[in-house]
Write a protein that binds this ligand. Structure first.
Ligand SMILES: Nc1ncnc2c1ncn2[C@@H]1O[C@H](COP(=O)(O)OP(=O)(O)OP(=O)(O)O)[C@@H](O)[C@H]1O
Ligand SMILES: [Mg+2]
Length: 265
């Protein structure tokens, strides 16, 4: 079984600035069950850079040094095996919800009738109303609804790897918890590997099977932690003692790592 993603001593520089340094990790294949990797780290440490390297998106791709491997091969240009969901809502303004969700299928040359059926199926799966929401344009949607569209657009293509860059950062706390629960349910079905960047330790601990903690810039992985999988709704899990303890443990760890890396500079 090939590894899903592997970074071997990956360094990225823009001119004289090193943005990530010697990043190493391996995500191996778990047939029938993907892995959920949450990435935490201070602003500017290179989290988006790591996602864009996996996606093969310039100018972050290619790496300056080291190897980024997807399925054991050097990563190529963006392909439908890897899909990215950005923090800002990335739908086409001039397309309806239905046509936004169907966009990737259109690119693949799927016939109109099948496209329409599958798009409508996904609109319902992400909790939008087919009759009411499918004909709307992005400007007629709330932030939460737009992120539902973004998730539907991505998952309809069954990517092997899903890259999510602070997708819920702009949502209110209640909508955010609902979206976390929705994502967990859809992800189980999709069996994909997810890389999920967030600034919320609670969100990382809830969603992740593994959490990578990055150092401040130039980013490198300081700690890799296994955390319990999300087997209950976030509202329940986040109330539990063991969950709260883990969140504080990571918060302390980040503080300590930051002081020690600063002191070591
Ligand atoms: N196209 C670019 N050209 C030059 N420098 C860049 C480019 N893109 C990013 N950088 C630099 O790389 C560093 C890491 O950026 P990156 O966007 O990966 O950080 P981040 O961890 O995602 O931050 P945040 O949490 O604020 O989103 C930053 O110092 C940024 O200025
Ligand atoms: Mg970023």
């Amino acid at each position: 079984m090939p590894n899903v993603v592997q970074f071997q001593n990956v360094t990225k520089r823009f001119g004289a600035t090193t943005v990530i340094r010697d990043v190493n990790f391996t995500v191996d294949d778990r047939p029938g069950k993907g892995e959920f990797i949450a990435i935490l780290g201070p602003s500017g440490c290179g989290k988006s850079t790591v996602l864009r390297l996996i996606a093969g998106l310039p100018p972050h791709h290619p790496a300056s040094e080291g190897a980024v491997l997807v399925a054991d091969k050097p990563v190529g240009p963006p392909g439908s095996d890897r899909s990215m969901v950005f923090q800002d809502y990335t739908s086409f303004d001039n397309r309806t919800v239905q046509d936004n969700v169907a966009f990737g299928l259109e690119c693949r040359g799927v016939a109109a009738k099948e496209r329409r059926e599958r798009a409508r199926e996904w609109i319902a799966k992400v909790g939008l109303d087919i009759t009411r929401d499918a004909p709307k344009y992005p400007h007629e949607l709330s932030g939460g609804m737009r992120q539902r569209v973004a998730i539907a657009r991505t998952l309809i293509l069954s990517p092997r790897i899903i890259l999510m860059d602070e997708p819920f950062g702009a949502l209110d706390p209640t909508t955010r918890l609902n979206m976390q629960e929705l994502l967990v349910n859809l992800w189980r079905e999709a069996q994909a590997t997810v890389f999920f960047v967030t600034h919320s330790i609670e969100e990382a601990v809830y969603l992740g099977d593994r959490v990578y903690v990055f150092s401040s810039a130039p980013g490198t992985i300081l700690r890799e932690m296994q955390v319990p999988p999300p087997d209950r709704p976030p509202k329940e899990m986040q109330r539990e003692r063991s969950f709260v303890d883990l969140v504080f443990e990571i918060r302390d760890l980040i503080e300590k790592l930051e002081t020690s890396t600063k002191a070591g500079d």
